[in-house]
Design a protein around this ligand. Sequence first.
Ligand SMILES: NC(=O)c1ccc[n+]([C@@H]2O[C@H](COP(=O)([O-])OP(=O)(O)OC[C@H]3O[C@@H](n4cnc5c(N)ncnc54)[C@H](O)[C@@H]3O)[C@@H](O)[C@H]2O)c1
Length: 355
Amino acid sequence: MLYHVITYLSALPNTFSFRMQNSPLVLVIGTGSIGERHLRCLQTTARCRLSFCEPIEERRREVATRYGIETDLAFPTLEAALASGQNFTAAVVSAPAPFHIPMGRELAERGIHILMEKPLSLSLDGVEDFRNLIEQKEIVVAIGYTHRAHPGMMRLKEIYDSGEFGQAIEMRIDVGQPFAKIRPAYPDVYFADRAMGGGAIQDMITHFYSVGDWLLGPIDELVTHARHQALPRVEVEDTVHTLALHGKVMATYAQNLTQPQNEATLTLICEQGSIRTDYAKKRVSHIREPNGEWEHTPFTLDDIDEIYITQNSAFLDALENKGPVLCTLEEAIRTLRVNLASLKSAETKTWQSLS
Ligand SMILES: NC(=O)c1ccc[n+]([C@@H]2O[C@H](COP(=O)([O-])OP(=O)(O)OC[C@H]3O[C@@H](n4cnc5c(N)ncnc54)[C@H](O)[C@@H]3O)[C@@H](O)[C@H]2O)c1
C-alpha cells in the first residue's frame, strides 16, 4: 500500500509538468499595470505557460524575475516575439489602446487567439477589417471589460435574467474613486492623453457602458456631460454624466474620479421591484414592496485579482471550446461606438443616436 502511495506521489510532479508542457503558450504584450496583473492571474490558473514582451528593459528584467519567466520567453517587442519561432496559442494585448488593433491584426494573421484590453480602439479605423480577419481565421477574441467578471455584477445579472423582477424600466449607475491615490502614475501614463486612450470616458466609464449593454442590450441614444473638474496635473475629463436609452430602458451613468470614496452601485428598477449591486458593501440587494425593506445577500471578493482570474479562465475555457468569452468583439465594437458618441456628445452638447 505504502509503495503504491509513494509511486503515486512521485508521479504527481511529472504529471503536472507534462500537463504544463502541453498547455497553451500565452504571450502577454506590455507588462505595465494591467499586463503584469494578467501575467500574475494567468500564472495563478496554472493552465498555461507564459511569455511576455515589454520594451522597457528594466521592467522586463523585473517582471521576468518576479514571475520566474526564462529570458528566452521575455521579449523587447512583439516583432521579436513573433520572430522567435515560439508557438504562441494566444496573446493578451495590454499595451495602450492605439496599439490594440494593429497588434490584433499581427496576431490574427498568425491564427493567435486574443484577449484584448479595453477599449478596443480609439476610432473605428481598421475595426471592420479586423472583424473580417477574425471571422476568416476563426480565432477566439475576448475584450477585457472586467466588470462582467465581478461577482457583484454577475449575481445581479443572474437575478435580473431570472425574470423574477420583470423588465427593467430604469438603470442608475453611480461610480467613483480617489483615482490619484489608487493610480498615482496616472499623469505619466496613457490616462493623461485622450489620443492614447486617456480620460474618464475612454478609460473608466466605458467599463460601465459595457456592463449596461450586457444587462440591457445596446444603447440607442445618449447625451453626455463631461468635464475636467479637479484631478491634478491632467486636463482630460474626470467627471462624466451620461443619460442613455437602451431600447425603452432609461439609464444614467455617473462617474467621478476625485471623490474620496471608492464605490460603485448599480440599481435596476424593474416592473416588480428593484435590484442593486454595491461593490463597497459587497452585497447584492433587492426590494419588492413599496416602502419595504431591502434584502441583502453578501458576495465575497477578497482580492481584485479574482475578477481577472474569472475573466481569463473564461478565455482559456473558450480556447478549449468549453464556454463563451465574457465580452465578445461584437460587444466591444458596440461599446467603442458608445465611447465615440459620448465624446462627441460632450464636445457638441447634443444627443447622439447610435441606432
Ligand atoms: N481591464 C482593466 O481593468 C484595465 C485596467 C487598467 C488598464 N487597462 C487597459 O490596459 C491597457 C494598458 O493599461 P496599463 O494601465 O497597463 O498601462 P501602463 O502604461 O501601465 O502599461 C502599458 C505597458 O505597455 C508597454 N508598451 C507600450 N508600447 C508597447 C509596445 N509597442 N509593445 C509592447 N509593449 C508596449 C509599456 O512599456 C507599459 O509597460 C490600456 O488599454 C488600458 O485602458 C485595463
